[in-house]
Structure formats: C-alpha cells, structure tokens
Design a protein around this ligand. Structure first.
Ligand code: 2DT
Length: 212
C-alpha cells in the first residue's frame, strides 16, 4: 500500500573539502541501517547527456558562456524533477548532494545577478531542509587544499561561501541549517542525523516549490 505520508526532501550543500561527500555517504549507511527507504542523488548528475557537457566544462575540456553553463546545470535538475516528485510521493526520503543553491552561488560568484540565476530553477521541488556544511577556505586548505576542477580555487570558494551566507538569510532555521563542518567527522554526522532522523517517518504537508 502506498505511504500516505510523503518522503522528506533533504538537500546537503557545502563548499569543497567540507566533507559533503563523506557525510552524504555516512547518512546513506545510517538510513539503510535504520531500514528507511531512501535515495541519494547528486547534482550535477554527470551521467546524463547534459551532465556529460557539464562534466567536460568542469574539467576544463570545454568552455561555455557563463549563462549557458548555468542553464545546463538547471536543466540537469529539471530532467530529474519528476522522478524526485514520484519518489517523495511514494514515501521515499530523497537526499540530494548539491541542488539549486549551488547553482545560484557558483554562477553569481562569477558576476551574474542573483535574480537571473534563480529564474531557471523557479518551481523545482523545494527541499524540506537544506543542510549547509560550512568550512572556511583556511580550514579547507589545511585539509589538503582543493582539487583540479574549475571552481576549486580559494578565491572562488571565498565568494561562493559569502553568497551561500546571503542565501541562507532568506530561510528560517527549520528550512536551512548551517553546520560547522570544521568539527570532527563523527560530530558533524551526529548533527546531520539530528536534523534528518525526525524527518524520516514522512511528512503530511505538501511539497513546496522554489523559490516560494
Ligand atoms: P561536485 O564537486 O560536487 O561534483 O560539484 N555547481 C554545481 C554549479 O556551478 N552549479 C550547480 O548547479 C551545481 C549543482 C559546484 C561540481 C561543481 O559544480 C558546481 C562544484
């Protein structure tokens, strides 16, 4: 029988080296161990045709206009939007590694206006909660620095972090939670679980839409 309560939509955002990938993997194991029906998604989803164009851009194998790549990142979310809605309606918890907030933060760090950046993601399913794993560029550096991809540079990360700060002000403390990701891995994982755990029994309120 279909679950009358829908699944929760949880987004994990964070800067490079914030431990986002590790935390999402830890969360997945915890959800599985608790027997909770959950799916993990990651944006960009580099497996689709659009995702492959994004991958090529991020690896600097191709160049694209700032607006064109922004629209591709958004289209990459839209191509999964219906399946996200279906999974939530079926009672599955959906955890998403990056979402539209990364889209807005990284593109507007390049000088595009926040309003322009937001527009293509308008009406996408809105997360019930966004967990932002915060780390300073200095802490990131002490974790071994950044990788090779296009945005993995201190100056970009600094700007992106400031924009995430601005975006967070638009949400209340239930829909946007910032966690100090400079703490020990286990400590961060337990804070993440404190937020996610209570949502895994399902929600009866309707899913909201960005950016309402
Ligand atoms: P990963 O290192 O997590 O694969 O991210 N990005 C991501 C954007 O510029 N716009 C977006 O909409 C999204 C989802 C953030 C790859 C890089 O892509 C950036 C880092």
């Amino acid at each position: 029988m279909e679950n009358p309560r829908r699944g929760a939509f949880i987004v994990v955002e964070g800067l490079d080296r914030s431990g986002k990938t590790t935390q999402v993997a830890t969360l997945k194991s915890r959800l599985e161990a608790e027997g909770i029906s959950a799916t993990i998604l990651k944006f960009p989803d580099r497996t689709t045709a659009i995702g492959q164009m994004i991958d090529s851009y991020l690896r600097s194998h191709s160049d694209l206009d700032d607006r064109a790549i922004h629209l591709l990142f958004s289209a990459n979310r839209w191509e999964l939007a219906t399946s996200i809605e279906r999974m939530l309606a079926a009672g599955t918890t959906v955890v998403c590694d990056r979402y539209a907030f990364s889209g807005v933060a990284f593109s507007s760090a390049k000088g595009l206006s926040l309003d322009w950046c937001r527009a293509p993601d308008e009406s996408l399913p809105a997360p019930d909660v966004t967990i932002f794993l915060d780390i300073t560029p200095e802490q990131a550096q002490s974790r071994g620095g950044y990788g090779e991809e296009r945005y993995e540079k201190q100056e970009v990360q600094r700007k992106v972090r400031a924009i995430f700060g601005e975006i967070s002000c638009e949400f209340n403390e239930e829909t946007w939670v910032t966690i100090d990701a400079g703490k020990e891995r286990e400590e961060v994982a337990s804070q993440v679980w404190k937020i996610v755990g209570p949502l895994t029994s399902g929600l009866s309120r309707p899913l909201k839409r960005l950016w309402h």
